[in-house]
Design a protein around this ligand. Sequence first.
Ligand SMILES: *Cc1c(COP(=O)(O)O)cnc(C)c1O
Length: 471
Amino acid sequence: MPRNSGADNSPVRAPRPHSPAPPPRIDRLAPVSFRHRYGRFAAASEAEWSDWRWQMRNAVTTVDELKELLPLTAAESAKIGETAAQWHFQIPPYYFSLIDPEDPFDPVRLQSLPHPDELDRTDDDAPDPLSEDSDAPVHGLTHRYPDRVLFVTTSFCAMYCRHCMRKRHWNPFEPQKTKDELEAMYGYIAAHPEVRDVLVSGGDPLMLADEHLFEILRRLSQIPHLEIIRLGTRVPAYLPMKLTPEYARALAAAAGGASEKPTALWVNTHFNHPRELTPEAARACEALLKAGIPVNNQAVLLKGINDDGRIVMALCRELLKAKVRPAYLFHCDPIRGVTHFRTSVRKGLEIVEYLRGHLTGFAVPTYAIDAPGGGGKIPLHPNTIVSWGEGHVVLRNFEGVLVSVPDGDPPARALPAGERPRTPYDSVANLTQAPGALVPRGNKRLARRPVQAGENVIPLARGVHLPIVDE
Ligand SMILES: *Cc1c(COP(=O)(O)O)cnc(C)c1O
């Protein structure tokens, strides 16, 4: 692909005085296709529309096409052009059609259209803050964790996410690894029996020629100690028509059928907003699942797109309906060209705290930050341990209820009925001793229990009553 001059040689620019990004809309969380609003796309036949090659041939890649499709002012299109000269773009008609042409802050638009803030630089951004390349013993392969490696196959994607964590790979652009490079990558894994899991990523490996990818999967599955292969792909989100049942079965066969020892194939995909979970996207996930390939989602927390608990909640629910497990919610890293999407750790914690209790337990993604310098993913959890003392630990549940839970060995002597071990001094734990819990007023769960008339208490369990306290 013809690409422009090196991103790293561009001059350092002071961040623009940002007009504050509006918070993401929470009134429109269902997927809608605006295809009828884009004449050029509406005119395509159904056969063309559902042909991924037609989608790629007709992908939007120039500012002139954008001007035709969206109401852009001259100043806006000039800025987009300036940005695109450094950070290219490509949007298949299917994905483009999820953009509301009237909404400049549409979540699909913000993920796919160049934005001048991409040219900003801040002191703490870097092309490769996670040191993926420094931790690469051979080109294309990052060995960071003891038992698994990242295996980067291509720079090519159907759509270039504006928040791409590997924006440094856009230029120089590597369409695919050479034969020799791949041999070195297989060789490294073969020589390291501790590696049992390989994460085949990119770019998007599902954009490689079928036979090329199948060959990679076959070669990997022949390595005796390799147990699982994970494919990192956004095809279900931006080009779902490519994931036909036949293609999914061929992927599973390439990973599982080449040796006596089948290698388990998994897919990590990447949906960030519930509006991306269209019936087509769900069908692509279904094709993988029916081929025996489990699908996990890795979302990124993005300012102005999904930095609201209600949006992430809706995303996780839509993923569950498509039988895709929300695995990770990644904090947005300080990557050059992406910094304008970063939000606070506080926001991320607020979101996962909101999900807990209100959403199917296993659908709460692990919120994690990838440590600069190659420290790896560090999960972040809201605090649920309020106090830890002798004989008990005070915990906070999703409702804000504080409960004291006995901890450690059972006491040597039986305590009188209803009494709990106490610390010999004032402590947070003693707050909860007599009733066993402190409950904020208005607790809906306990309000569902029968209240004894005239008593300002709620029966918590047989023989245990809670006084209602103010928050
Ligand atoms: C994310 C990542 C992995 C996989 O980590 P999991 O937590 O197992 O998904 C492996 N290697 C590198 C370098 C990574 O960044």
